[in-house]
Design a protein around this ligand. Structure first.
Ligand SMILES: Cc1cc2nc3c(=O)[nH]c(=O)nc-3n(C[C@H](O)[C@H](O)[C@H](O)COP(=O)(O)OP(=O)(O)OC[C@H]3O[C@@H](n4cnc5c(N)ncnc54)[C@H](O)[C@@H]3O)c2cc1C
Length: 518
């Protein structure tokens, strides 16, 4: 029997496992990533890549490649069988809120290939046809049993991460419940060539149901998603032809050819825990829900980033092990809230009640039109969907408030800044170090700099601009930032003692090895 050792064993090379591997690799962690599948997935599945995900990708230098492979969704239309009820020019509808203020679509198979390429360039490769079949943990590590090509290998790792999808072997191995439910209706997803493909993202509402039409690839094929209509609503065993007439009626799309068609049942579930000892769950292994809002994959990627920097800190002796205790509370709260919200939205848009059907067909389009007609509504929609509003206010790692910015918030984005070193740009640029840092918008006093010099944590001071005030930052306040761009400590005054005691409490050390985008 073969044996091997590593610091982190990642089970599952979907988007969650791949992003975790990339982040860890950038931070110099020794890892293995295994997947039981012989090859990466070849279907488009999750398409929406949210702004928060792109912000993380910018941090580790892959955002441009991802952007080059997908398309910006420029327009949202709400359609009913009588025509277009509302149109919103999306464009940069989140302008000023993120470096990526638009809606962006990239099929999951292409997305995964980009992640795999970058992982390989970083010196790690996915071990394929390698299936986790069991594991045991003790105080010092985890011993995982993996079957590969009929051979057994025991991999000893300091930590194990289950990014192994909805049927997670890791979650089962931990004997964790996956409470929630399964929706009665069956869903379809079809990637088709259309004779009259509409532009942009189209939400089609009718008394009998709903569908979404959106672009998939630059070639002009479109994705149709909806509840399986009519008498087949609870049936998974159908082909596209069975529902073609009803789908074409709801969407207004005439289908020339079907490239991919699948039906599936949706669940809404969150695991009881995301961590047991040295074993973690991330992505679909920990939470699954309806695709309403395109949140699933992006939430898994958010889990991976949150866990990645914490594992690297603890393994590298640059953070107290208690830092890892914050992973579950930070991410499970968001997952539970997300499932509640998507569940409510989903029940309304799929309800078969005649009354709700009439509301969906006649009133909902008008409500959406009103919401998106004004700039504030469009910005609210961007904030809600893009995941930039995710905050960890109740985390053990979050302290203080300065202006409207609290510990746990994602650092608000500000462009058009001048750094004290003379460079011009935005305040997210320094986050590419993937390490702790302090931001001051105004001037960092020499006493403050001197008091923190021994920590090695860089202080980025940007000349004050009203734009910083508009996003809630306070002039001359100090913001200690975590490697994932969330505020750890926000203090109105440049009080080094408050930061030093936090840095000492969590044993935070800066990584002196060269890192960041490679
Ligand atoms: C038809 C379809 C349409 C979807 N549409 C959307 C959408 O529009 N928007 C959205 O946000 N989400 C959508 N999703 C969900 C989205 O695809 C998932 O949220 C996303 O793939 C989760 O990523 P993950 O890495 O956590 O898990 P997965 O992508 O499921 O990856 C898990 C990996 O673990 C591997 N694995 C499992 N068990 C083991 C084991 N024991 N040993 C080794 N490897 C193992 C699997 O082979 C797999 O590669 C859709 C899913 C499907 C199926």
């Amino acid at each position: 029997m073969k044996t091997s050792e590593t610091e982190v064993l990642i089970v599952g090379a979907g988007p969650t496992g791949l992003v975790l591997a990339l982040w860890l690799k950038r931070l110099g962690v020794d890892l293995k990533i295994i997947d039981k599948a012989a090859a990466p997935g070849e279907t488009s599945r999750a398409i929406a890549v949210q702004a928060r995900t792109l912000e993380f990708y910018r941090q580790f230098g892959i955002a441009d490649d991802v952007l080059a492979a997908g398309i910006r969704v420029e327009r949202l239309a709400v359609r009913t069988p009588s025509g277009t009820a509302a149109t919103l020019k999306l464009g940069d509808f989140g302008a000023g809120l993120s470096p990526y203020p638009f809606a962006f679509a990239l099929p999951q198979d292409i997305h995964e290939r980009i992640l795999i390429d970058h992982l390989e360039k970083a010196g790690a490769a996915v071990e394929r046809r390698a299936e986790l079949v069991g594991f045991e943990q003790d105080a010092a590590g985890v011993s995982a049993t993996v079957m590969k090509d009929g051979e057994t290998e025991v991999i000893r790792a300091a930590f194990l991460c289950g990014a192994d999808g909805a049927s997670s072997t890791v979650r089962h191995g931990l004997k964790l419940g996956f409470p929630g439910g399964t929706y009665e209706q069956c869903f379809y997803v079809a990637d088709v060539e259309a004779r009259n493909a509409p532009n942009g993202l189209n939400v089609c509402l009718d008394t009998h149901g709903f569908a979404i039409v959106l672009p998939v690839r630059q070639s002009g094929s479109v994705r149709l998603i909806g509840v399986v209509p009519g008498d087949h609503a609870a049936s998974e065993a159908i082909g596209f032809e069975t529902i073609r007439a009803e789908v074409e009626r709801i969407t207004g799309v005439t289908v020339k050819a079907v490239n991919w068609f699948s039906t599936y049942r949706l669940h809404h579930r969150v695991a009881e825990h995301f961590r047991v000892g040295r074993v973690f769950l991330a992505g679909d292994a920990g939470h699954i829900h309806s695709p309403a809002g395109g949140q699933g994959m992006n939430t898994g990627i958010g889990d991976a980033v949150n866990l990645g920097w914490k594992l690297a800190a603890v393994l590298g002796g640059r953070g107290d092990p208690r830092v890892l205790n914050s992973y579950e509370p930070e991410r499970i709260v968001f997952a539970r809230r997300l499932i509640k919200t998507t569940d409510q939205v989903f029940r309304v848009i799929t309800s078969r009640s005649a009354l709700v059907g009439l509301w969906r067909r006649y009133l909902l389009p008008k409500m959406i039109a009103l919401l998106v007609a004004n700039r504030a509504g469009a910005r609210l929609a961007f904030r809600t969907v893009s995941q930039i509003g995710i905050a960890y206010g109740n985390s053990i790692l979050s302290r203080g408030a300065a202006g409207r910015v609290r510990g746990g918030d994602r650092l608000p984005y500000v462009e058009g800044l001048v750094h004290v070193d003379g460079s011009a740009g935005d305040n997210f640029a320094p986050l590419c170090s993937l390490d702790w840092q302090i931001h001051v918008y105004g001037a960092a006093s020499p006493t403050f700099r001197a008091a923190l010099a021994a920590t090695g944590i860089p202080i980025h001071a940007f000349a004050w601009t009203p734009a910083a005030g508009e996003v809630g930052l306070t002039r001359d306040a100090a913001y200690l930032l975590r490697p994932d761009g969330h505020v750890a400590v926000a203090i109105e005054a440049q009080d080094p003692a408050a930061l030093l005691s936090y840095i000492e409490e969590f044993a935070i050390k800066i990584d002196t090895a060269a890192r960041g985008p490679q």
